[in-house]
Design a protein around this ligand. Sequence first.
Ligand code: NAD
Length: 358
Amino acid sequence: MASKVKLNDFNSIRVPAEDLQKQLTAIFKAVGTPADDSEIAAKVLVSASVRGVDTHGVSNVVGYSISAEDGTYTIPQKTEVISESETTALVSGGNGIGLVSAYRAMEIAIEKAKKHGLGMVSIKDGHHVGMVAYYAMMALEHDMIGMSMTTAAPAVRPALGAKKMMGTNPIGFAAPAGKERDFVLDMATSTVASGKVGLARRIGVPIPAGWAVTPEGEAITDPPEGENEMWALNPLGNTREQGSHKGYGLSVMVDILCGVLSGGGFSSQLQRGENMSWVMAIDIGKFRDIEDFKAMMDDMIQELHATPPLPGEDGVLVAGDPEADAEEDRMTNGVPVENGQYAAIKARAAEVGVQVII
Ligand SMILES: NC(=O)c1ccc[n+]([C@@H]2O[C@H](COP(=O)([O-])OP(=O)(O)OC[C@H]3O[C@@H](n4cnc5c(N)ncnc54)[C@H](O)[C@@H]3O)[C@@H](O)[C@H]2O)c1
């Protein structure tokens, strides 16, 4: 059964993507973010909303701009290379806007991959990076494979554990196709990203059993309020029989590449709002002809789509399909912004003294 935790015509208002880009850029600039960083931060948030990843989309401008204004974020920020080799870099995000430091780190990874086939960057001193797939997807226009991950403050219990110890630690992976849509996997290593619990609470719908549990291991369906020890998200797999050790293992892998390799800290060492991250770009042309690669990607995707569906299912998808469908709809019909968050963005624009244009 499809989840009811999503925006619809009753709980949201459609706004053109270009208006959101202008509005968000103006808000970031008004709180002291340089023009180019403001454009980047707005672009990442608008992209998430356009792709249907509403939990990590435009509404986050409110919190991020408050953090920029109150000094939680260092603005203007500097993405500083602390150490590097031809293919690797350790970068400090300068405690600025996480979206900007991850974007700059991926630019560094892509430049290294252009020269040496591979670029890998671990990022410390970072804040929330939003939809991680954005950075992996930056590789696509360079005919590269991109990967991105981030670690966050605890929200998820380890397999067999009763207390939250890891962040929702998502993994992004993007590979270009030819005629078919690019493959874009973007997944929390928990059953679901924690933002979806908040979204369910705001729009007044239950969460599916399996997303979250009490410390006694009882399934929660009434979306809990706030972060506390009375509930935890389940690792991907949820139960021992269904492989919760695998989601848990992937989550710790993310912590190692993002938090331990960078030295910025693993999940339980982080404050809420901190994200240590990791990005990688791989130049496909260093392995084989790019057109041959894309043609084989197309063959694989077409075969997967042609898999006979289970009874009652519409058909088999490939990662990135739901978001590409959302993008087609939203670029034509406008981007849905949750009613309360639409009002909050407008109020924030007025508060920082910029024209309200949405
Ligand atoms: N910055 C952070 O701290 C943080 C933490 C957690 C999650 N996030 C973000 O939250 C967002 C949502 O994460 P999520 O795990 O809830 O995502 P999700 O469960 O909605 O989707 C996960 C992936 O599965 C794919 N998918 C969906 N249905 C499919 C199907 N039937 N067949 C094949 N593929 C399918 C999607 O294309 C997507 O790549 C992501 O953008 C993630 O980066 C960010």
